[in-house]
Design a protein around this ligand. Structure first.
Ligand SMILES: [Zn+2]
Length: 124
């Protein structure tokens, strides 16, 4: 018969706590998550990270940071660039499509178009 090994350093408790933390993270990661920059809610944490660059923190289970220094998420940054490109080329069809998406993502489309056409300084 094996005796009970005392957990002198709390290693078992720490391991158990870590396993429970990971389980809570996985459950939270599979639920819909909202991007703090654009406000779009994705079906899960994977799509939040993939499409917006934000991520769910393992310990706090809160959505953390947008890695870009201008505060735009990945989706906003890409669409902003598409709007600029369309405006510079005077591609009305593409501009209409990208402007609609930009407004959904909370971008100031008029400012982006003006900046792309050289009317103003750089837009966010
Ligand atoms: Zn976003």
């Amino acid at each position: 018969m094996r005796g009970v090994q005392p957990d002198l350093f709390g290693e078992f408790d720490a391991e158990q706590e870590r396993a429970e933390q990971l389980l809570r993270f996985r459950e939270a990661h599979q639920r819909p998550q909202t991007c703090p920059a654009c406000g779009v809610t994705e079906p899960n944490g994977f799509l939040l990270t993939n499409n917006h660059g934000a991520r769910l923190d393992v310990e706090t289970l809160t959505v953390q940071g947008i890695p870009r220094p201008d505060g735009l998420c990945t989706a906003q940054w890409l669409v902003r660039n598409h709007i600029s490109y369309a405006a510079q080329r005077d591609d009305a069809e593409q501009l209409e499509r990208d402007a609609a998406r930009g407004r959904e993502l909370g971008l100031d489309v008029d400012a982006i178009v003006a900046a792309a056409r050289g009317d103003e300084g750089p837009a966010r």
